[in-house]
Ligand binder design. Structure first.
Ligand code: GRG
Length: 292
């Protein structure tokens, strides 16, 4: 586990350095906008999606300098989605990444604009990545735009399902988009940058899809079993907002056994393409057993 911890620390250092260079300082005009962006980006986020880009890319031989812009870009999209998800018109939350949400610390209009700006910056970051040739940049931009669109569609379905009785397949449909699309993109992006074969990319994609669902199941379980202090965001929110969750659809024990099954399926996808002790295996294990 120490290796994984070291890896996440390393990713944080590399990606945060890049984000720090890419995002205008909080002394740039308009001050309030860039302060809000930095406030949201540099909270206690796990940098999970950048870690996937880097782990998948390294596993297939891509150098870090070709991975880090895309890793930063996916974190920008993810952070924009968190800012917008926390707004009063959506989840109306006041705690994120261990501190006040952007609209609480600043104001609603600034939070909306901070999310908008981050989304634009993400695509600009890949477009301006001179370590990749232009075809590769275009492919990554296209894939990231599709994943971001699927995430938004998943969010819409999630809002529409609030307060309704949902079946397992509906919960899965919501989370394939809302949570799974960016996670799948992150794994694929590492493979694409490493120029893996179509067969390997397909297996990486299947792994990413299983991992995305697993991430959401454990997120739903933690919402019921953990505390706001441990999570750095409001616990118990799903039940309070009558959200479509795995424990709601199949019960807590059902969600735990589903997590075991999906984690085994994710492992199976890695079998033919990765070393047995790869970082992707460790990440999968981390997601299955995480407590924050
Ligand atoms: C508003 C367009 C739009 C989309 C919102 C990401 C999202 C879609 C909603 C967040 C709400 C939520 C709790 C989703 C479940 C899983 C998830 C994406 C959790 C947050 O990701 P982490 O745990 O967060 O990786 P950190 O802060 O560690 O980066």
């Amino acid at each position: 586990m120490l290796d994984l911890e070291n890896f996440f620390n390393e990713v944080r250092n590399i990606v945060d350095l890049k984000l720090d260079r890419l995002v205008p300082l909080g002394i740039t005009e308009p001050l309030r906008l860039y302060e809000a962006i930095r406030w949201s980006l540099f909270g206690e986020g796990k940098r999970f999606r950048p870690a996937l880009v880097i782990a998948a890319g390294r596993e297939f031989g891509a150098p870090d300098e070709k991975l880090v812009h895309t890793a930063a870009a996916v974190e920008m999209i993810h952070t924009y989605s968190l800012i917008h998800d926390d707004l009063p018109a959506m989840d109306d939350d006041d705690l994120r990444r261990g501190r006040a949400t952007a609209h609480k610390k600043f104001d609603v209009a600034t939070a909306i604009l901070a999310g908008d700006a981050l989304q634009a910056m993400a695509f600009g970051t890949i477009a301006g990545d001179e370590s990749l040739d232009q075809r590769m940049r275009l492919r990554l931009i296209l894939e990231l735009s599709m994943a971001a669109g699927q995430m938004v569609a998943g969010q819409q379905l999630d809002l529409e399902a609030e307060g309704k009785k949902v079946e397992l397949d509906e919960v899965e449909q919501i989370h394939k988009g809302k949570t799974g699309a960016l996670i799948t993109f992150s794994v694929r992006a590492g493979g694409i940058i490493a120029e893996v074969s179509e067969r390997d990319l397909l297996m990486l994609t299947n792994f990413g899809k299983r991992l995305g669902l697993l991430f959401q199941i454990t997120d739903d379980i933690l919402d019921v079993t953990s505390t706001s202090e441990t999570l750095g965001k409001t616990a118990g929110k799903d039940i309070a907002s009558r959200k479509a969750t795995y424990p709601e659809a199949v019960g807590l024990a059902g969600a735990r056994s589903l997590a075991k099954r999906i984690s085994a399926e994710a492992y199976n996808e890695l079998g033919p393409i990765c070393r047995e002790d790869s970082m992707l295996h460790d990440i999968c294990n981390f997601v299955a057993t995480r407590n924050s």
